[in-house]
Design a binder for this molecule. Structure first.
Ligand code: BEZ
Length: 211
């Protein structure tokens, strides 16, 4: 099944390093980052998981729960997590799904047979508290993802939801943002009483709202 932005993230039950979970129930009212990696005991995946563990305080600040997946058995996850702690300076502090029967990988279309019919590609799904998919991303097995970028997208999405602003090219925390086109000037006056810089009627720039 092709999953698209705005679709409800399919629910599933799975064995993880932190016990058996039901995905939607486990998410509760949090945002979620569900990401797959090709297999255990591989170098790129080891670095990704270590880095994601280090980002845990940043995820927590944003009310986000991370959850990884590979099509390996639970006992392999436990052995590999010791290697992650030893080599990456951070222990796994989020669940890793043991998807040996590829149930979740199939549900989320994480196996791309023309790349590999055995292992998952590097997929990322950002899911909002309404369980809607807000971002999908697919990387090849040999390229580690940029998890700082995942955080940046979450910041952008949360700003859009809260303040009706969008973020421009290469935006980073603290940079100016753009009033979304669906907000009329009349409504913008209420939302942004300090005014905005109008470069074009469709390009209205304001400082990043805080709080
Ligand atoms: C890795 O995770 O390190 C990896 C997996 C497949 C191909 C290349 C690298």
């Amino acid at each position: 099944m092709t999953l698209r932005l705005g679709d409800i993230a399919p629910d599933f039950e799975a064995e993880t390093t932190e016990g058996r979970i039901r995905f939607h129930e486990w998410l509760g009212s949090s945002w979620g980052v569900l990401f797959s990696h090709p297999r255990n005991y591989t170098p790129v995946c080891t670095t990704e998981l270590g880095y994601t563990a280090k980002l845990q305080p940043e995820f927590a600040k944003r009310n986000v729960k991370a959850i990884g997946l590979s099509v390996d058995k639970l006992e392999d996850h436990h052995g590999w997590s010791r290697d992650i702690a030893e080599t990456q300076g951070a222990s796994l502090n989020f669940p890793l799904i043991a998807d040996a029967d590829k149930k979740v990988a199939d549900l989320y279309d994480m196996i791309h047979p023309n790349a590999s019919d055995t292992f998952t590609v590097r997929s990322v799904f950002i899911v909002d508290p309404n369980k809607k998919i807000r971002l999908t991303l697919t990387y090849p097995a040999s390229t580690g993802r940029n998890f700082d970028e995942v955080l940046r997208v979450i910041d952008s999405l949360q700003l859009t939801d809260k303040y009706k602003v969008a973020t421009p090219v290469n935006w980073k925390q603290g940079d100016d943002v753009i009033i979304v086109p669906s907000v009329s000037n009349d409504d913008a006056k209420k939302l942004f009483p300090q005014g905005w810089k109008e470069l074009k009627p469709y390009l209205r720039v304001v400082p990043q709202p805080k709080g």
